[in-house]
Design a protein around this ligand. Structure first.
Ligand code: AMP
Ligand code: MG
Length: 487
């Protein structure tokens, strides 16, 4: 276990120099206080969880103090936002404080979001509010607990600093951890500004530090791109399987590591709705739940364009062609598991599609349906669940196929099947209304609800006595919360 002043820095991105990032010091928030910290994220840095309660912790992650070895930098990047190219973005309110490595020699970026203005702030104030910082914190840690690759969050520090959004709110900072903060938009920036040398340097950096296994391949850059395609196909299959809607899949919010990254107006589905749009500003539904699949490919082709100096167009196209089949295979595999199936049959895809259609038509709770399906024998479970459906005859027809399919599947007993299903079907999910309750309490200075919710979400598959209220469908007020893009 390490104390806070024992972190070991190795600022590899900062060493790339001023063409890639700008030195900026964080601008402190007034009266910093710990809102919530993640013990699991602390462990990634070998930090003793007790240090989160010390005053210096809140000072370090609110811009008051800095390690001597930290080299805070604002990164430059660009990207496609809602389909249009924006030539200059960059860290407008976040700073890469530095890279530290742990005892296992894993490097982690310490990224402080809400740290004040930078040369890339454009019209923005460089700040993040408590509301959005809590949302990012909870989502990062909840996704990780579900087994969905994500950037991580160490803590949220609140403050008394006023920040204006639609109304006056309070500033906060979230400390984000990731092996890299390089986005598709980093490659796009050097490609469209026609800086081939820097682009090459960036590509070398990413290849050698984040895809070292690709260096052994005959065409290392192509191998790296293929790997990025594969990771994204797997990631988006997991989002679709668990009902996660990102909300702002702009190419500047896509990590080259294939992890969930940059949380804005995200949501987990309550009722199943393929057309759900979680971003209040997304009028055309570009980033609706079901569009995440083709948008994943669109984003990869934007990255492919930026890689044309290194890889032939033919090879890029071929690699892009891997995305959809890989996505489909991953998705079907995960959905089979959610249904408790261990074998594959040709009609499984149809079984899943038919179920989702029925759920869509009856606005059935996406998370609880699968959880309950694994509560008891298939026959008993479907008998209990049929009341949730309007089209009862339709559900009965599905249920008959399903129970027959389960009977053909494996010779393990009911108990084993239920255990298997509970291990992949969460009981607790970060519903918008639960986040909203925690935020409302935190805004009035009570952080106990954020902390409790975070605790519950770290073990989403385990039934936790006394926590039944976190496994409920939303009350009426919490059903269709509009999440503003402002953060
Ligand atoms: P996002 O929608 O959070 O992914 O941000 C898109 C771009 O706007 C990034 O370059 C951000 O750094 C920048 N940005 C967002 N909010 C602010 C803010 N309050 N101040 C400065 N820049 C911001
Ligand atoms: Mg962003």
């Amino acid at each position: 276990m390490k104390a806070l002043d024992e972190l070991t820095f190795d600022n590899r991105f900062a060493r790339l120099g001023d063409a890639f990032s700008t030195h900026v010091l964080p601008e402190p928030l007034d009266e910093p206080r710990l809102v919530v910290a993640s013990n699991a994220a602390m462990a990634l840095l070998d930090l003793d969880p007790a240090v989160a309660e010390t005053p210096v912790f809140a000072e370090l992650f609110s811009g008051h103090k800095l390690w001597a070895e930290a080299q805070p930098r604002a990164m430059v990047y660009s990207g496609h936002q809602f389909g249009s190219y924006n030539p200059q973005l960059g860290d407008g309110r976040g700073l890469l404080l530095g890279e530290v490595y742990n005892e296992a020699f894993e490097h982690w970026d310490l990224h402080l979001k809400g740290a004040g203005q930078t040369p890339y702030s454009r019209m923005g104030d460089g700040r993040a509010v408590l509301r959005s910082s809590i949302r990012e914190f909870l989502a990062s840690e909840a996704l990780h607990a579900l087994g969905i690759p994500s950037s991580r969050a160490l803590c949220v520090i609140g403050s008394s600093t006023p920040v204006w959004r639609e109304k006056q709110e309070r500033g906060a900072m979230v400390l984000r951890l990731a092996h890299s903060h390089i986005r598709f938009g980093h490659f796009e920036y050097f490609y469209y500004t026609k800086k081939p040398e820097q682009q090459k340097e960036l590509a070398e950096h990413v290849l050698s530090l984040h895809f070292p296994e690709c260096m052994e391949q005959p065409e290392p850059y192509l191998a790296m791109f293929r790997e990025i395609v594969e990771r994204n196909a797997e990631l988006i299959a997991k989002w679709q399987t668990y009902g996660f809607c990102h909300g702002v899949m702009n190419t500047d919010n896509m990590s080259i590591l294939g992890i969930t990254f940059d949380f804005g107006p995200f949501a987990f589905l309550d009722d199943f709705d393929a057309h759900f749009i979680c971003n209040h500003s997304d009028h055309e539904g570009r980033y609706s739940f079901s569009n995440q699949v083709p948008i994943g490919q669109w984003n990869l082709s934007a990255l492919a364009q930026a890689l044309t100096p290194f890889i032939s167009v033919e090879a890029l196209k071929e690699a892009l062609g891997l995305y959809l089949p890989l996505y489909q295979a991953n998705y079907l595999d995960l959905m089979r598991r959610r249904l408790g199936l261990t074998t594959a049959e040709d009609d499984d895809q149809k079984l899943v599609e038919r179920l989702l259609q029925l759920m869509q038509n009856s606005a059935v709770d996406y998370t609880l349906f699968f959880r309950r399906l694994g509560d008891e024998s298939a026959a008993l479970a479907v008998a209990r669940l049929r009341d949730d459906f309007v089209d009862i005859a339709g559900f009965d027809a599905w249920a008959e196929q399903y129970t027959a399919r389960v009977a053909r599947d494996s010779d393990d007993n009911e108990e084993q099947r239920c255990e298997r299903m509970h291990a992949v079907n969460p009981l607790y999910i970060l519903r918008n209304y639960l986040a909203q309750n925690a935020i409302t309490a935190a805004e009035s200075g009570d952080y106990s609800e954020v902390r409790r919710l975070h605790e519950v979400l770290t073990r989403p598959f385990e039934e936790q006595p006394g926590m039944e209220q976190y496994a409920q469908r939303p009350p009426d007020w919490g059903k269709h919360l509009e999440i503003s893009c402002s953060s």
